[in-house]
Design a protein around this ligand. Structure first.
Ligand code: ATP
Ligand code: MG
Length: 587
């Protein structure tokens, strides 16, 4: 492609809403343009990167026995009502009616549609295993779309679904997809970690996320500093490296004491001289997660944590068996259910369930609010002074916590961008949607399912987030829009333009994707743009070099320059691209 004939407009400055480097670079390089929040037009260069990634995905999935299909983007409400996700997904689903008053939503994911598809065809164990995938535009009405393609409302996803006759087969399908994902992300040359994750409202049990490591990542990961254990903080088990136990062994007599103005753990700790981690804080949530829009009942639960710890909403959601994390009670609701304003509340005397974090279990004779404004209780003991509904790990893991897999390691913290997700679903969808098959003995069973997503558009931008410098993008060779960027230094010089044309054609004849900047611009402008666009290899062709029969080859990543003879330029560049592809596979 020649710049003079292409639709490509680079920008000097990034728009104000572009907060992270990859978003800024994607806009500045003309790869994406915003249409509305979270909704973008992809320019030709971005589309090329996207298509290359799609090709890698198709190759890796097809060779593992997956088959591509294409499902609709508009889904009838009835399918989503069958699984109750029409209400469970909340406002994330964009719902609308057609002219006949029929309700629809835009596809945010396709478990319902695919389960409906297979229940019409799969009848016997002989029809399985089956694995179907699509690469398609999804719509999720994200509350806060941001970071360009990273968290869009409209985005491209590859979603795959596996169907097996038993759980053994389903786990084998899971392993196959897990391996396929590794191959895909290795081929792109990304640095990533595979982490344990929450199954979210998709359901199911076994699940891993593929996280591209980057400071700007929205996901917080806990990674062992000595083994390969890694988990999204949402599910990372929290355990002290050295168990924290109170020095007291005997339980003392309960006492009430006045604490005017002491509403936070910080002020209480200062006034009492008790360390924050030895104080116990009480939080209040409603176990009514709004799944049933008709039911507005407050179902209060109290959560006890050490004063220095933070609650993990996902662990709490799972402990309560909810679909979505529970909402914190408002101050007024707390007053209503405890008799006191927040800051003076505690577990003693409550008439509703109390969930206690395992960290609190090691404490004796601790201080809590008295459920009476401006009063606290001291020498409080679980079991004696209040009943615990369940003691369970509810706190957010922190740096230095003990690794659950190896005895030696502790957690360190990393940021990640979730680019892929694999789930073992079991029979959650097949049971509710009645997708059954007959075993050899004639008995009927729900199909065992798995689902597997890759954020295709997000991955393209994640690659940029991980691979750029102050001057622009450094495309990994596997998804670079073009392998080579030829800069024609003086296009008016016919010897230069003819040589450039020959190199351009010869490189393409070698199967390379070649971009040529043949505009009538100054070299400085062209170099800046070449750095911004970020193709792995640049060739400079100019009059001065040609006098010696030479051109310059520059590697975008290291900016390393070599001069080569005009005749050998094509061979050298082709060899470099091959070498880069090999290196990205080995790294
Ligand atoms: P997130 O936690 O980031 O909201 P998710 O866990 O809800 O994502 P999945 O349902 O697992 O997403 O979807 C599969 C993949 O689709 C994700 O791993 C991610 O790469 C991509 N994806 C999800 N939401 C978005 C979005 N709003 N914009 C771009 N890509 C997305
Ligand atoms: Mg996910």
């Amino acid at each position: 492609m020649k710049w003079s004939k292409s639709y490509l407009y680079t920008l000097k400055d990034a728009p104000a809403d572009a907060e992270i480097p990859s978003h800024q670079l994607m806009v500045r390089s003309g790869m994406i343009r915003k249409v509305a929040p979270g909704i973008y037009t992809y320019g030709n260069l971005a589309l090329r990167a996207l298509r290359k990634l799609e090709t890698i995905i198709r190759e890796e999935l097809d060779k593992r026995g997956c088959q591509e299909i294409l499902m609709p983007m508009v889904h009838p409400a009835e399918l989503w009502q069958e699984t109750n996700r029409w209400s469970e997904m909340g406002d994330g689903l964009l719902k609308f009616e057609n002219r006949n008053g029929h309700k629809f939503c835009l596809g945010a994911t396709h478990e319902e549609v695919i389960t409906d598809y297979v229940r019409k065809d799969i009848k016997s164990y002989r029809d399985m295993p089956a694995n179907l995938y699509q690469i398609q535009t999804k719509y999720r009405d994200e509350i806060r779309p941001r970071f360009g393609l990273m968290r869009g409302r409209e985005f491209v996803m590859k979603d795959a679904y596996s169907f097996d006759a038993d759980s053994k087969g389903a786990l084998k399908s899971y392993d196959t997809m897990y391996a396929g994902y590794k191959a895909i992300f290795d081929r792109i040359g990304l640095q990533y970690r595979i982490v344990e994750a929450d199954a979210g409202n998709i359901g199911g049990s076994q699940t891993h996320e593929f996280q591209v490591l980057a400071e700007a990542g929205e996901d917080h990961l806990m990674v062992c500093d000595s083994c390969d254990f890694a988990a999204n903080i949402e599910v990372a088990p929290a355990a002290d490296k050295v168990p924290h136990l109170s020095a007291d062994t005997t339980e003392k007599t309960l006492e009430e004491f006045a604490t005017p103005g002491l509403k936070s753990i910080g002020t209480l700790s200062k006034a009492t001289g008790v360390a924050e981690r030895d104080l116990v804080k009480t939080m209040f949530f409603s176990a009514n997660d709004g799944r049933d829009p008709q039911n507005k009942d407050l179902k209060p639960v109290a959560v006890l944590l050490r004063g220095s710890d933070e609650v993990n909403p996902v662990k709490l959601k799972n402990a309560l068996g909810l679909v979505n994390p529970p909402l914190l009670l408002t101050d007024n609701e707390v007053k209503e259910v405890t008799g006191a304003w927040p800051g003076s509340c505690g577990p003693v005397g409550l008439k509703f369930p109390i969930y206690m974090d395992t960290g609190v279990a090691g404490l004796k004779n601790f201080i809590v609010g008295a459920n009476k404004d401006a009063f606290h209780l001291r020498h409080v003991n679980a079991g004696r002074d209040f009943a615990v509904t369940k003691t369970v790990d509810l706190r957010l893991a922190r740096v230095g916590d003990k690794c659950p897999k190896c005895s030696a390691g502790v957690f360190k913290s990393m940021r990640g961008i979730e680019v892929g997700h694999v789930f073992y679903l079991g029979t959650k969808y097949s049971k509710t949607m009645n997708a059954t098959f007959l075993r050899e003995d004639g008995s009927s069973h729900p199909i065992e399912m798995g689902c597997y997503g890759i954020g295709v558009s997000r991955t393209v931008q994640a690659a940029v987030e991980q691979s750029h410098d102050k001057d622009g993008i450094i495309w990994p060779v596997g998804i670079a829009p073009f392998h080579v960027h030829i800069v024609v230094l003086d296009p008016d010089n016919s010897e230069v333009s003819q040589s450039a044309e020959i190199i351009y054609r010869d490189l393409m004849a070698h199967g390379l994707d070649v971009f040529m900047d043949d505009r009538a611009e100054r070299p400085g402008v062209k170099f800046k743009d070449a750095d911004l666009l970020g193709m792995p290899i640049r060739i400079n062709i100019g009059g001065r070099g040609l006098q010696n029969g030479e051109v310059e080859i520059i590697l975008r990543k290291t900016k390393e320059m070599t001069k080569v003879k005009l005749e050998s330029a094509v061979e050298s560049v082709a060899a470099m691209v091959t070498q880069m592809k090999r290196a990205s596979l080995q790294s």
